[in-house]
Design a protein around this ligand. Structure first.
Ligand code: UDP
Ligand code: MG
Length: 314
């Protein structure tokens, strides 16, 4: 497959893990089997994102038994985005790929991904998930709506199905590491850095064991993160609404003046006034909230806090 290369390429498989004691064994078996059959050197770099179950001790065991395995363990749960960032920094492979521990990213795709980045001139090769089995109707619907809104607001295609399961070359990995922000929205970061990416479709599979770490509230927060981190359009909406309201206000004033002149005493009613005031106050509060959200993000960025803190390496 790679006769033309002089040295053997190294692939770093980066695996964020948060309470994955039930999945890790099977993940390791299936992934190591695929990698061992490829004509490459490889490492399995697990990032324990502050798990409270047996994840860390399983990783210690794996490290003992197989020198291809390494791990970094955080001092607490910092979130998947932080775990991916840490993995990318710690990895030293020529090609680096993110994979979920729950086998929702089929390792059988790795040879094809490697072929794309090492032999077909692509910088990155990602798995595009088809379908959303096991996600539930509401979650699927909300996700689809989010990606539509996101595309309109950020002008970047962070599309549905384009997840984190991507193999990239060193140049792209370094470009991602150059993005030093604290609020790390990986889909946006991938989209921002660009590079030539090939997509391989794969059938969505349900998580093998354990539970998804997402609930509706955390997904909503994740969606807001994506928009706040990569678009300032919501701030501009205040200007557009303001201009529209000003125009409407001037029109009402004009109508009132005309009425006063031609039909004295025909003033607008108290209820109408109250409705208008409430609507305007509500809108102002919403825009204050939006401005506040951006300020809060900026405030966190300015603190220059570390994205993650390592407690143990092995
Ligand atoms: N994960 C993590 N930190 C977190 C939440 C999740 O490292 O705070 C890992 C998790 O162990 C898994 C991957 O991120 O390997 C995807 O998580 P999950 O399966 O819960 O997400 P979903 O597939 O439902 O989007
Ligand atoms: Mg999953």
């Amino acid at each position: 497959m790679n006769e033309t290369r002089e040295k053997c390429d190294k692939i770093s498989v980066i695996v964020p893990c948060y309470n994955e004691e039930e999945s890790l064994g099977h993940f390791y078996e299936r992934t190591a089997l695929v990698l061992a059959q490829m004509d490459v050197d490889y490492e399995l770099l697990f990032v324990d994102d502050g798990s409270s179950d047996k994840t860390l001790s399983i990783l210690r065991d794996m490290r003992e038994r197989d020198s291809h395995c390494r791990y970094v363990s955080f001092s607490r749960n910092f979130g998947k985005e932080a775990a991916m960032y840490a993995g990318l920094r710690e990895a030293d492979g020529d090609y680096r790929v993110f994979m979920d521990a729950d086998l929702q990213h089929p390792p059988e795709l790795l040879p094809e991904m490697y072929q794309a980045v090492s032999g077909e001139g692509y910088d990155c090769c990602g798995g595009k998930r088809m379908g959303r089995d096991g996600d539930g109707a509401l979650r699927s619907f909300c996700s689809r709506m989010f990606y539509k809104v996101c595309k309109a607001l950020t002008h970047m295609d962070m599309g549905d199905g384009y997840g984190d399961f991507r193999m990239m070359n060193r140049q792209m990995a370094e470009a991602i590491l150059e993005m030093k922000e604290y609020n790390r929205y990986m889909k946006g970061i991938f989209s921002f850095v660009g590079f030539h990416t090939k997509w391989i479709p794969f059938e969505n599979v349900e998580r093998e064991s354990g539970e998804s770490k997402w609930n509706f509230k955390s997904l909503l927060g994740y969606a807001a993160e994506g928009i706040l981190s990569f678009s300032t359009t919501p701030l501009k909406l205040a200007g557009i609404f303001g201009a529209l309201l000003l125009a409407a206000g001037l029109l009402v004033l004009l109508v009132n003046l005309v009425q006063q002149i031609f039909i004295p005493g025909a003033l607008s009613q108290f209820e109408v006034l109250l409705t208008v005031i409430l609507t305007l106050a509500g809108m102002q509060m919403i825009f204050l909230y939006i401005i506040g959200s951006y300020l809060a993000k900026d405030c966190m960025e300015n603190k220059r806090r570390p994205v993650y803190i390592v407690r143990e390496r092995g």
